[in-house]
Design a protein around this ligand. Structure first.
Ligand SMILES: [Cu+2]
Length: 150
């Protein structure tokens, strides 16, 4: 047991720098991140947005968005915002968040019932709010937040 260790040790040390260089070359600076998004409702009674993770690393982030609704069209909007969800500017008349007053990164519009959509965006570190901005849906709870780290 001891003899084996003594023979193997120098050989492994000799290989280390080459192996390490290979690994550094093969791994990209940032791995892309994927977030699963599930949009759920019981008509206009109850809504929610669930995320597979609420924290990702900066870089390319792909959202795989599923609209599980039987009847309603939803959308998926990515907003960069440091403020809490309750503090987003809201238009009571339109029953919508004021997107024009926000830093909207990108969105998937008109996701039909039972359909899925994909959105890839490049995200800087910071706080983000993800929401559906169809009339009334935000206030019914189709919203969530996500943190992007360095
Ligand atoms: Cu919606």
């Amino acid at each position: 047991m001891q003899a084996t260790t003594l023979i193997a040790w120098p050989a492994r040390v000799g290989m280390l720098p080459a192996a390490a260089a290979l690994i550094i070359a093969a791994v990209p600076a940032r791995a892309d991140e994927t977030v699963g998004v599930t949009l759920t409702d019981k008509g206009m009674q109850y809504m929610r947005m669930d995320l597979s993770t609420e924290q990702v690393k900066a870089g390319n982030v792909t959202f795989n968005v599923s609209n599980t609704s039987q009847t309603l069209v939803h959308e998926f909007v990515v907003v960069r915002a440091d403020k809490p969800i309750e503090m987003l500017p809201y238009n009571e008349h339109e029953k919508e968040v004021e997107e024009s007053a926000l830093e909207v990164v990108n969105e998937i519009e008109d996701l039909e019932p039972g359909k899925s959509g994909t959105l890839t965006v490049k995200l800087e570190p910071g706080s983000y709010i993800l929401l559906c901005n169809r009339a009334g849906h935000f206030k019914l709870g189709m919203v969530n937040h996500m943190t992007v780290t360095k």
